[in-house]
Design a protein around this ligand. Structure first.
Ligand code: PLP
Length: 415
């Protein structure tokens, strides 16, 4: 069952001040999600979630996560600055970049972030910029990794990370150059609802840590399981049980790491799991069109949420005030771009939608607003935080036409 922590009446009130479309994030939901994650991994000393900023790069969200003990995972200078402007600094940031520029490494080193190297050649690249930091993480790509029914098995085809041999070589080189603290990072799935994913990944990395200990006499101090835990976009899917996942990882830790005497802190870099289900895109029905199919035209477009257009992703839609109404037919819910893939839903069973009805698009809290863009001159929409007291707070205003023009070269005679 998909639920919404606000009503049609709430939207009518909010939209007097903040016109649709807008995003609403549920602070209560995010708090509970993070609190449960920390409980699930409380057995591991040093456990920390480094929220993937790209999922929801909004300072109010990052501040909330910081207050709950999270750091951030960044891949660009603006993401580093967003973290710092949200009170997150130093080793509370992991810089997991690829195809990194000199300026990006400089900025990451300056703020004291943990550097996660995507490739062995980046050791030399980094050394030319500044002395190597004390702590380095390396990103591992094992080449293959099958997880039942949910496979990101084509790792030969993914650009990320280093091979097994390269990690060993990189660690040997880094050790010889005076690096003191080591970590391994790996991300082998995206939106996985398979609870075995983290335990299986952890097992692989724990065994690798023992091999590194044996071959190089290096104590791996942290292992970053990264993101990739999925959420149920479809009403027929079940959420993962984070406590079962925590226990699954604990079992492999006690099997492999505990007897070795090593102590390894576990990190995660979840994005989608933390904010995805707790963000909603609210839009208004503007037009109804009947040609060969039935279309409901809304005031949001895939410039506000591109996942359906980009991946054919399913996002559940609730017609506000008609939660319990019978469906009356199949509709395409479409935005206004001059692009025929601008659809939030294709042939979706919905109740009667009247002009002016509000539609809430679910599970838009991660990789939603952040993937937005300005195609067709569409301005980016606002983001609101639904506070525990039931009020909303504007946490990102809508883009204005002046914002849009701020970067353009306009001939003064037309100004
Ligand atoms: C995108 C990304 C994440 C977050 O992925 P989710 O699917 O949102 O959990 C974490 N780490 C890295 C390196 C990423 O690129």
């Amino acid at each position: 069952m998909k639920t919404i922590p606000f009503t049609k009446e709430n939207i009518e009130n909010w939209s007097q001040q903040f016109p649709t479309p807008f995003y609403v994030y549920d602070e209560v939901g995010i708090r509970k999600c993070v609190t449960d994650l920390y409980k699930a991994f409380s057995w591991n000393k040093g456990f920390k979630e480094y929220f993937a900023v790209k999922a929801t790069p909004t300072p109010a969200i990052l501040r909330l996560l910081n207050s709950l003990g999270c750091g951030t995972d960044c891949a660009s200078i603006p993401e580093l600055v967003l973290s710092q402007k949200s009170g997150i600094n130093g080793k509370n940031i992991i810089f997991t970049s690829n195809e990194t520029t000199v300026d990006e490494y400089k900025a990451a080193l300056e703020c004291g972030a943990i550097i996660n190297l995507d490739d062995i050649t980046h050791i030399e690249f980094l050394e030319k910029i500044a002395p190597l930091p004390d702590t380095i993480c390396c990103r591992y790509n094992p080449g293959k990794f099958n997880i039942t029914n949910d496979i990101m098995g084509h790792l030969h085809d993914t650009k990320f990370g280093m091979t097994h041999e390269q990690i060993l070589e990189a660690f040997a080189i880094l050790k010889s150059k005076g690096v003191k603290h080591f970590g391994i990072h790996s991300m082998l799935a995206s939106c996985s609802l398979v609870e075995e994913y983290y335990p299986r990944l952890a097992k692989k990395l724990f065994k690798f840590a023992l091999e590194i200990k044996e071959k190089l006499d290096i104590n791996v101090e942290f292992i970053d399981l990264s993101g990739g835990i999925g959420i149920p976009y479809k009403p027929t899917e079940e959420p993962v049980d984070i406590f079962a996942i925590g226990e699954g990882v604990r079992n492999v830790y006690e099997e492999i790491i505990t007897p070795s005497g090593l102590e390894i802190a576990l990190f995660t870099e979840m994005g989608r799991y933390i904010t995805g289900p707790y963000g909603y895109l609210v839009t208004k029905a503007l037009h109804y069109k009947h040609i060969y199919k039935e279309y409901i035209g809304v005031d949001a477009s895939c410039c506000d949420l591109m996942r359906p257009a980009m991946y054919g992703a399913y996002h559940h839609i609730t017609v506000m005030g008609k939660e319990d109404a019978e469906t009356v037919g199949k509709f395409d819910v479409v935005g206004s771009l001059c692009e025929n893939n601008d659809k939030f839903a294709v042939e979706r069973e919905l109740p009667q939608v009247d002009i002016g009805d509000y539609l809430t698009i679910h599970d838009a809290g991660a990789h939603g607003h952040s993937m937005g863009y300005n195609y067709n001159g569409k301005l980016r929409c606002a983001e609101l935080m639904l506070k525990p007291d039931g009020n909303v707070q504007l946490i990102r205003r809508a883009q204005s036409i002046d914002d849009y023009f701020a970067t353009l070269d306009i001939d003064p005679q037309f100004n």
